[in-house]
Design a protein around this ligand. Structure first.
Ligand code: ATP
Length: 249
């Protein structure tokens, strides 16, 4: 049996009277590549914010490799092995692509961020490896702020990978991308999952991306799980059709 990397039980979060996460039970095994979908406002981002320590749950537990991380601080959770990309930009626009990634590598090594560290070569090798992996090695000296939108997204992913995550959370990895960029990004996600043993959970509104890449899908609606299962089970589910897919699937 595969080891559980994430086990969420009875998770709740309200904002005033709005119950954004309702008694959520959720699990991921090592090596999973799963998606969370749902209409706008379903609670996908709130769930990611709870997993990454940006929100403190009202109740419930979040076990990551068996340790309860509910309510831990974001940087502690990152250090433990959960990284997130694409929700908020982590990019420093006035630093090169290389220095952006290297400061994340150095942070993972436990070195505090310092603008004066530019002469410090710690983490150079890992930085180059991550830049190559994300297709950015040729752009290493470019100022991050001057990169194209597509390359900025690659850089965000590179920064997330610099933390050497065991679990990678991706917020709409292909939003705003052309078909070609979408295919390239998802091929990289598949590679990270398959060959680098990174467990991946992503949210996505593009259902063809979801059905082509996720092995399990969870549909959220008003903070609650409507259905969880393999793509075909979810696709055929009547309630899922009603609340989300409509005529599309
Ligand atoms: N910090 C907050 N304060 C108040 N309400 C919030 C906050 N964050 C989220 N909400 C509310 O919680 C509900 C769930 O929002 P959330 O952003 O998690 O949904 P989502 O599924 O990620 O939506 P989208 O697909 O549009 O990104 C929404 O009604 C939203 O308005």
């Amino acid at each position: 049996m595969k080891t559980k990397i994430l086990e969420v039980s009875g998770l709740n979060k309200s904002f005033g009277g709005l119950h954004a996460t309702r008694n959520l039970d959720f699990a991921l095994s090592e090596g999973d590549l799963d998606a969370i979908i749902g209409p706008n406002g379903a609670g996908k981002s709130t769930f990611f914010n709870l997993l990454t320590g940006y929100h403190r749950p009202d109740s419930g537990s979040i076990l990551f490799n068996g340790e309860n991380i509910a309510g831990r601080l974001p940087h502690e959770i990152t250090r433990m092995g959960i990284s997130r990309a694409f929700q908020i930009s982590n990019i420093f626009p006035k630093m090169t692509a290389f220095h952006n990634v290297r400061s994340a590598v150095q942070a993972q090594m436990g070195l505090a961020f310092s603008l004066f560290r530019s002469a410090d070569k710690s983490g150079n090798e890992q930085t180059e490896e991550v830049l190559s992996l994300c297709g950015l090695i040729e752009k290493r000296e470019a100022m991050a702020g001057a990169l194209s939108q597509g390359d900025k997204k690659k850089l965000e992913l590179a920064i997330a990978l610099a933390g050497k995550p065991k679990l990678l959370l991706l917020d709409e990895p292909t939003a705003g991308m052309s078909l070609e960029e979408t295919q390239e990004t998802m091929a990289l996600v598949d590679h990270l999952n398959r060959d680098r043993n990174i467990t991946v959970l992503f949210t996505e509104h593009d259902l063809s991306v979801v059905f082509n890449h996720a092995r399990n899908i969870t549909l959220l609606h008003y903070g609650r799980i409507i259905i969880q299962g393999m793509p075909d089970q979810v696709r055929m589910n009547e309630t899922a059709q009603k609340v989300y897919f409509g005529e599309q699937y």
